[in-house]
Design a protein around this ligand. Structure first.
Ligand code: NAP
Ligand code: GLV
Ligand code: GLV
Length: 308
């Protein structure tokens, strides 16, 4: 029997499979994440951890958890975990790929359409009485059909966004390390740039002031990857001075973004609260994969979905 610490309540009943397999389950039941000290105390007594992307799992925390042998992140990204430090301690780390691909691609495309066609401005105008009559030249946006979409990081989600874009009559170009066109060329050509790389030392601030300056002044940036992929100060400046036409973000740095963060004062910006995988079915499926990872590791087997 192993002791499993789960840092939030999860949708669905996947967690029941841990108890059914004879494991002792400790679930953090508060409505917000465990504070650092609580995370440390509960993890210190656990053989396995099921954590969220909001839980920083660093080498100090691992050092304080001598029994820990498995970590299942409730996310496909693993940038909140020091994976090298875990490996050095022979702790298996797993993620939840695939099951959230379409839900996240849908949010990327929803953001693309919303920023191009100015949906939040239109919705606000209806509610605040600013809409007085149909106007030939009011709230004009950009055509999506016929535009070029530049996908940065063409993996599972990048590919799913490309499929949607083809259905909408867009031309798709992409940049990854192993395929596609150089990033500079993509930034120069694209009417929409959509980010789908993992956050790594290599991709941190991949979109900085120089990258934004390469984009067209009529182009939009969509980010559903991680906030840290974009230099947010440079993005705020680019929106204020018209270097790019707009940005639509599902992810920021930090999360949550404080309501007085200077980024929120920038024009032509949509920000969502990290909703990429937020559908009932997707979040249940993620719980199943996370539990599959833990059950395998606790049984001495390789995790079916290890972090890369
Ligand atoms: P994936 O299948 O591993 O795709 C990532 C792609 O990025 C890979 O194909 C890789 O191709 C490329 N890449 C990696 N490093 C790169 C670099 N330095 N420069 C250019 N391309 C690079 O992952 P995924 O399942 O699509 O997920 C992608 C990311 O989306 C996750 O890591 C996570 O951070 C984020 N995400 C966000 C949400 C949300 O709620 N907003 C939901 C799910 C995922 P090469 O190896 O050829 O470079
Ligand atoms: C969400 O952001 C994930 O990485 O699954
Ligand atoms: C708009 O609603 C139109 O009919 O053109």
């Amino acid at each position: 029997m192993a002791r499993v610490f789960i840092t939030r309540r999860l949708p669905g009943d996947a967690v029941d499979r841990l108890a059914a397999a004879g494991h002792e389950v400790d679930v953090w039941r508060e409505p917000s994440p465990p504070p650092a000290e609580a995370l440390r105390e509960h993890t210190a007594q656990a053989d396995a951890l099921l954590c969220m992307l909001t839980d920083p799992i660093d080498s100090d925390l691992l050092e304080a958890a001598p029994r820990l042998r498995a970590i299942a992140n409730y996310a496909v990204g693993s940038d909140n975990i020091d994976v090298d430090a875990a490996r050095a301690r022979r702790i298996a780390v797993g993620v939840t790929p695939g099951v959230l691909t379409d839900a996240t691609a849908d949010i990327a495309f929803a953001l693309l359409l919303a920023i191009a066609r100015r949906l939040p401005e239109g919705e606000a105008a209806v509610r605040n009485g600013e809409w007085t009559t149909w106007e030939p030249d009011w709230l004009l946006g950009r055509d999506v059909h016929g535009a070029t979409l530049g996908i940065v990081g063409r993996g599972r989600i990048g590919d799913a966004v490309a499929r949607r874009a083809e259905g909408f009559g867009m031309t798709v170009v992409h940049h990854s390390r192993s395929s596609g066109i150089p990033l500079d060329k993509l930034l120069e050509e694209a009417d929409f740039v959509s980010l789908h790389v993992p956050l790594t030392p290599e991709t941190r601030h991949l979109i900085d002031a120089a990258a934004l300056a390469r984009m067209q002044p009529t182009a939009y940036l969509v980010n559903t990857a991680r906030g840290g992929v974009v230099d947010q100060d440079a993005l705020a400046a680019a929106l204020h001075d018209g270097t790019i036409a707009g940005a639509a973000l599902d992810v920021t740095d930090p999360e949550p973004l404080p309501p007085d963060d200077p980024l929120l004062a920038a024009p032509n910006l949509i920000v969502l609260p990290h909703l990429g995988s937020a559908t009932h079915d997707t979040r249940r499926a993620m719980a199943e994969l996370a539990v599959d990872n833990l059950l395998a590791a606790l049984d001495g087997k390789p995790m079916p979905n290890p972090a890369s």
